[in-house]
Design a protein around this ligand. Structure first.
Ligand code: 6PG
Length: 479
């Protein structure tokens, strides 16, 4: 076997084979392919003669087919299968070679793997790849971590296959070790929030105006021409337009209303809890899927008291309110996601350029949206921006949207329409901008039952009230 390929792909299920075909279609690439079951490899090679794949049926041959530094992208199931392939490649690769994990790995696994593989002199790169099957084939958004050295070899290859947004490839070296998979995890958390918000918008419009899914599809298609333009809005229109061939009903009405999840949204929230970052919009989206998937509890609770939804008096202005509420809530979700990136970067020692992340999310990925340019601009204009929502452009949106947002959340509450993501986003917004929060009372309670102490607004130091000894305040720090 001669070393003719400059890049290899291990794992040839849909994502892997599409990525391999994408690589093969770009000038200068020769792609080696390997799969655990050789039948799949033979099938892919036979189906795509135009790709000129270099086929191997053993890991050893696969390694021999790659020029140095050998570079291979693993596209197998996250978890144990990934570890198994890494172990095999480490056996046959040499120092300076590069192993890329392109799956949806948990970033802490990537940190562990990077450390273990680095000890052999081989580079390990965890790369988040977003865009689903189509993205893998035509141009995904790619979020690689790993060393700068690995990026030097890998960068041009990844740039050749990434989506292009406004002339720029949607890939950047995110940071070292697990930074790429961390940012992909946040991408997915935002994806969950965005999808839930869109679903709530649809439900509010349907229940508030009585419009059919096909009519609501037209509303989303219209929204997609303006500031809400995004892939998720676009596909929402497609899904709502779809008619079920078997029943003639809107497809959305025959799909079981229980949303699944593979876990990346939950990781985003679990990590946020550890980092102490309030990603309430993302958390509500994850919980909304959990609630939907509890049929027994839902059946048992279906007779509980609550109002039925009434139709609004002015559908057009209500729809516009929902549009603005969606935009405002969406900004909250992105802002919370970026907060988690900042906290993760500080915890794990990554230098992550937030503006660059917004840029590489403009194309290829599931959350691609027009307004990501505004995020890049906000971070560029003020690199020290404390919280995204305060950037002038976003402030302007809140000025325009907040009355609508409040009307929509009030309508949802008074009509018994669940809107966890809309409502929690608005509460987060109000919490963040509040001059004074009832957290002061929580501190008082903590001090009362556990002597957990508090600080005062008017004096330095740490204080405790002797609640059962005359309620006299004492200063408990040494200041
Ligand atoms: C992407 C998607 C992709 C996948 C998610 C969805 O960026 O291409 O995020 O990674 O579709 O894992 O996961 P759920 O099954 O959890 O919704």
């Amino acid at each position: 076997m001669s070393a003719t390929a400059n890049i290899g792909v291990v794992g040839l299920a849909v994502m892997g084979s599409n990525l391999a075909r994408n690589l093969a279609s770009r000038e200068g690439n020769r792609v080696a392919v390997y799969n655990r079951s050789p039948e799949r490899t033979r099938e892919l090679v036979a189906e795509h003669p135009e790709a000129g794949f270099v086929r191997s049926e053993s890991v050893k041959d696969f390694a021999a087919s790659l020029s140095k530094p050998r570079t291979a992208i693993i596209m197998v199931k996250a978890g144990a299968p990934t570890d198994a392939v890494i172990d095999q490649l480490v056996e046959v690769f040499e120092p300076g070679d590069i192993i890329v994990d392109g799956g949806n790995a948990l970033f802490t696994d990537t940190i562990r793997r990077e450390r273990a593989v680095r000890a052999t002199g081989i580079n390990f790169v965890g790369a988040g790849i977003s865009g689903g099957e189509e993205g893998a084939l035509h141009g995904p958004s790619i979020m690689p971590g790993g060393s700068v050295e690995a990026w030097q070899t890998l960068g041009p290859i990844l740039k050749s296959i990434a989506a292009v947004a406004e002339g720029e490839p949607c890939v950047t070296h995110v940071g070292t070790d697990g930074a790429g998979h961390f940012v992909k995890m946040i991408h997915n958390g935002i994806e969950y929030a965005d999808m839930q918000l869109i679903a709530e918008a649809y439900d509010l419009i349907r229940q508030g105006t009585g419009k059919s899914p096909a009519e609501i599809a037209e509303i989303f298609a219209e929204w997609n021409k303006g500031e809400l333009e995004s892939y998720l809005i676009e596909i929402t229109a497609e899904v709502l337009r779809q008619v079920d061939a078997a029943t003639g009903k809107p497809l959305v009405d025959v799909i079981l209303d229980q949303a699944g999840a593979k876990g990346t949204g939950a990781w985003t929230v679990q990590t946020a809890l550890d980092l102490g970052v309030p990603v309430s919009g993302i958390a509500e989206a994850v919980f909304a899927r959990s609630l939907s998937s509890k049929p027994e509890q839902r059946a048992a609770a279906s007779g509980l008291p609550g109002p039925g939804a009434t139709l609004v008096a002015d559908p057009d202005s209500f729809i516009e309110d929902v549009r603005l509420a969606l935009f405002a809530s969406k900004i909250i979700a992105y802002s919370q996601g970026f907060d988690e990136i900042v906290a993760g970067a500080s915890e794990y020692g990554w230098e992550i350029d937030k503006g660059e992340i917004a840029k590489i999310w403009r194309g290829g990925c599931i959350i691609r949206a027009q307004f990501l340019n505004r995020i890049t601009e906000a971070f560029a204009a003020d690199p020290g921006l404390v919280v995204l929502v305060t950037a002038p452009y976003f402030r302007g949106i809140f000025e325009r949207a907040q009355d609508s947002w409040r009307r929509v959340v009030a309508h949802a509450a008074s009509n018994g329409i669940p809107s966890p993501a809309f409502s929690s986003s608005l509460s987060y917004y109000d919490g963040l901008r509040a001059k004074r929060l009832p957290a002061a009372l929580v501190q008082g309670q903590r001090d009362f039952f556990g002597a957990h102490t508090y600080r005062r607004i008017d004096r330095e130091g740490v204080f405790h009230t002797l609640w059962s000894e005359g309620r006299r305040e004492v200063q408990v720090d040494s200041n």
